[in-house]
Design a protein around this ligand. Structure first.
Ligand code: C2E
Ligand code: MG
Ligand code: MG
Length: 704
């Protein structure tokens, strides 16, 4: 999370505020200085003015007093010429505006002009009366003039007076000049001040910026780096979460401490992963670890050009080892098998090949590289070849094959889930193809598998929903065509897809555990149905023949189920026939022989279904207690046209005879077929020509 008001921002804000305060203070300082300057200027000017006036006054009074002395005699003698000469001398001084000599009444005696223009006139200006009345030297000011007057005395006798007028213009001009000069000086000094202040401010701003940059570089950036690294570690990106620092300060120490903590987390994480992601039995990567690696590799390759091949390898018939030799032996087999695969993978897989145990007897190999198809093919062939050799097991030798399914990325699947699913489908196909082989995934497989899966889903609960029904097909005695029994056949009416062919859903049920539920239900219903059927007296009570799958033989407690059904329905054991296919028997002859003899002893009849299709040879018939064989309908269908099929059918009937067991023909569709079978001495027959599979109620009516 990015801080809203981080260190950097706070620092800048502080700098900004400080800057502002400094600017304000400086502004106030400058203002104060300006005011002081103005005051200094005013006071200086005033002092200067006073001084200039005083100087002028003193000079004027001196001169005027002197003038009054010098004028005493000439005035006494009324020597106007001398008076004129004396005052001319003063009059010529530059700042003197006028010199007036006057009599005691204040009339002008001489004014310095050649023809004394004002002679005898009273002095009109307002300063005149005071000048005339003065007893000593007297100075008076008007706006433009300093008027200095002194009485002219001879002894105690007053002859008149003299007035000298000094112009103030000179002083004014001087004052103005001085003021300008002073102002100039003060302004210069103030500008210098301002320049200093500005320089100070700029320095402050530069220092702040430098401070901000240093803060950013030395504190903010490392802290952000730490926060980012912590985020990466949190998200599991340990490589991106590692940071280093060569700094020798506290921040450097903090980063180094953080890096040590990172390394410790990585180590712990690795240990945890090792524990969680490896298989305890083989030491290989387990399902969890494999899924994660696969996801990572696919993510890394997405959009690129790399390829992956996934090989699903499953030990064939491993369950048999577990069931017969125990789980410890099973574990030993898994361990040895893992070592073998590991050797093969090391030799044939590339450096990036990953081997994992997926659980049970399933292993997965992930091949990465440029030509994965060729590599994985070589690997699969090498594995199959390797497994031709026996595994040593407590002094015994066991032979186990392996079925391998291969899917390719991105050719077959675009993501991990699909890739695994398709590898599994391909492996299942390899098993179906006879085991101990490998198969590459193809799209056709997928559709089959998807359909099977859908069917499997739908089949669960179909019985409860009433979609499954048991029908009964009549089985007739060939000699007189009398109905002597029925075969119970399961039907599935799918709500959307209509009738599903029985072999199709039976194979799905057999592959899953569903047959374990359906088989006993059919058995119970068939027993109850046939126990309720009544036949006219003199005719033998009908039997019912129920199909039993190989899975029921292996997994279930068939004998107990049969006993329970017979008990429940009250049906005599002799009226129940069980149909087993050749292949079901062949899967484990020992086991089947044992189970069937126990059943046989209770009185239940055992029939071998679809006889002839498996070509197991007749030797099995001697080992298994069989009461009859059902000639497969593929032979019956062609008895009229195909001499070989007729010969085979005839041979089977003859063989049954010689063994003292019944021969039952399936799929009789024409009268011709029926006649041929009768001629050959076949005991029983069933087929559409004799009767379609019908419900229990319809069958009961049929008997009546
Ligand atoms: P199956 O036991 O060989 O059953 C005989 C099959 O042949 C039945 O097919 C029957 O309808 C059919 N069929 C009878 N007469 C004729 C005929 O004249 N012409 C032709 N073309 N076919 C005829 P269905 O019912 O489809 O059963 C197929 C197979 O499904 C059975 O073969 C049996 O192996 C298995 N199956 C049926 N019901 C059950 C069951 O309840 N449990 C087990 N485990 N398998 C069953
Ligand atoms: Mg059958
Ligand atoms: Mg059959």
């Amino acid at each position: 999370m990015k801080p809203r008001f981080g260190l950097q921002a706070r620092f800048l804000a502080l700098v900004g505020v400080t800057f502002l305060v400094v600017v304000c203070l400086l502004f106030l300082l400058l203002r104060k200085e300006r005011q002081q300057q103005d005051a200094v200027e005013a006071q200086s000017l005033e002092a200067m003015h006073d001084m200039a006036m005083e100087t002028l006054r003193l000079r004027g009074e001196g001169i005027t007093a002197q003038l009054a002395d010098r004028l005493a005699n000439p005035l006494y003698y009324f020597d106007l010429e001398t008076i004129g000469q004396i005052i001319q001398g003063t009059r010529r001084q530059p700042d003197v505006s006028y010199v007036l000599v006057f009599d005691p009444q204040g009339r002008v005696v001489h004014d310095g002009s050649a023809d004394i223009t004002g002679y005898g006139q009273n002095m009109p200006d307002p300063l005149a009366p005071a000048a005339v009345a003065a007893n000593g030297v007297r100075s008076q000011w008007s706006a433009h003039v300093l008027d200095v007057s002194a009485p002219i005395l001879v002894g105690q006798h007053r002859l008149g007076g003299v007035r000298v007028g000094y112009s103030l213009d000179g002083i004014r001009k001087y004052e103005i000049d001085t003021r300008e000069r002073l102002h100039e000086r003060l302004s210069e000094s103030s500008e210098r001040h301002l320049a200093w202040v500005l320089a100070l401010l700029l320095t402050l701003a530069a220092a702040s910026l430098l401070g901000a940059w240093l803060l950013q570089r030395n504190l903010v950036w490392p802290i952000r780096q730490l926060a980012r690294a912590a985020g990466e570690i949190e998200a599991g990106n340990y490589v991106a979460g590692r940071i280093e620092s060569a700094r020798r300060d506290e921040v450097g120490n903090l980063i180094r401490a953080f890096t040590r903590m990172h390394d410790s987390i990585v180590r712990q994480n690795r240990d945890v992963r090792r524990m969680a992601y490896s298989d305890s039995l083989t030491g290989l990567t387990n399902r969890l670890g494999f899924r994660e690696s696969l996801g990572e590799r696919i993510a890394a390759l997405s959009g690129g050009s790399g390829q992956l091949a996934l090989a699903f390898a499953d030990i064939d018939d491993f369950k048999r080892i577990n069931d017969t030799l125990g789980h410890e032996a099973g574990d030993e087999v898994i361990r040895q098998y893992a070592q073998r695969i590991q050797r093969v993978v090391e030799r044939w897989g590339g450096p990036d090949t990953l081997l994992a145990r997926f659980g049970g007897d399933e292993f997965v190999i992930l091949v990465q590289g440029s030509n994965v198809r060729a590599t994985v093919r070589r690997l699969a062939e090498a594995l199959i070849e390797d497994f031709r050799g026996p595994i040593a097991l407590h002094g015994r030798r066991a032979f186990l094959g392996t079925s391998i399914g291969i899917s390719l990325f991105p050719e077959d699947a675009g993501d991990a889930v699909e890739l695994m699913k398709r590898g599994d489908i391909a492996m299942y196909q390899a098993k179906r193809a006879g085991k101990n082989c490998y198969r590459f995934y193809s799209r056709a497989m997928d559709e089959q598998a998807a359909q099977r899966l859908r069917l499997e889903d739908d089949l669960r609960g179909a019985w409860e929903r009433g979609e499954l029904q048991v029908l009964y097909q009549p089985i007739c005695r060939v000699s007189d065509r009398a109905v002597v029994g029925a075969e119970a056949l399961l039907r599935w009416e799918h709500p959307e897809r209509g009738t599903i062919p029985t072999p199709q859903f039976i194979s799905v049920a057999e592959r899953t555990d569903l047959i374990g539920e359906l088989g006993p239900r059919v058995l119970r219903q068939a027993c109850n149905a046939v126990a309720g059927w009544r036949v006219p007296s003199g005719r033998p009570a009908p039997f019912v023949s129920v199909n039993v799958s190989s899975r029921q033989l292996r997994d279930g407690d068939l004998t107990e189920q049969v006993a329970a059904c017979l008990r429940e329905s009250g049906l005599p054991a002799s009226r129940l026939h069980l149909e087993l296919t050749e292949t079901a028997l062949l899967r484990d002859v020992g086991l089947a022989a044992d189970l069937l003899s126990r059943l046989h002893k209770t009185g239940v009849n055992i029939w071998l279904d679809d006889f002839g299709t498996g070509f197991s040879g007749l030797s099995h018939l001697r080992r298994v207690p069989v009461d009859g064989v059902k000639i497969d309908r593929s032979f019956v269908a062609d008895v009229e046209t195909d001499a070989d099929d007729l010969a085979l059918t005839t041979a089977i009937i003859a063989m049954a005879r010689s063994l003292g067991i019944q021969a039952v023909a399936e799929g009789v569709e024409t009268e011709g077929q029926f006649e041929l079978l009768r001629e050959r001495g076949c005991d029983l027959a069933q087929g559409y020509w004799l009767g379609y599979p019908v419900t229990a109620e319809e069958f009961a009516r049929l008997l009546g």
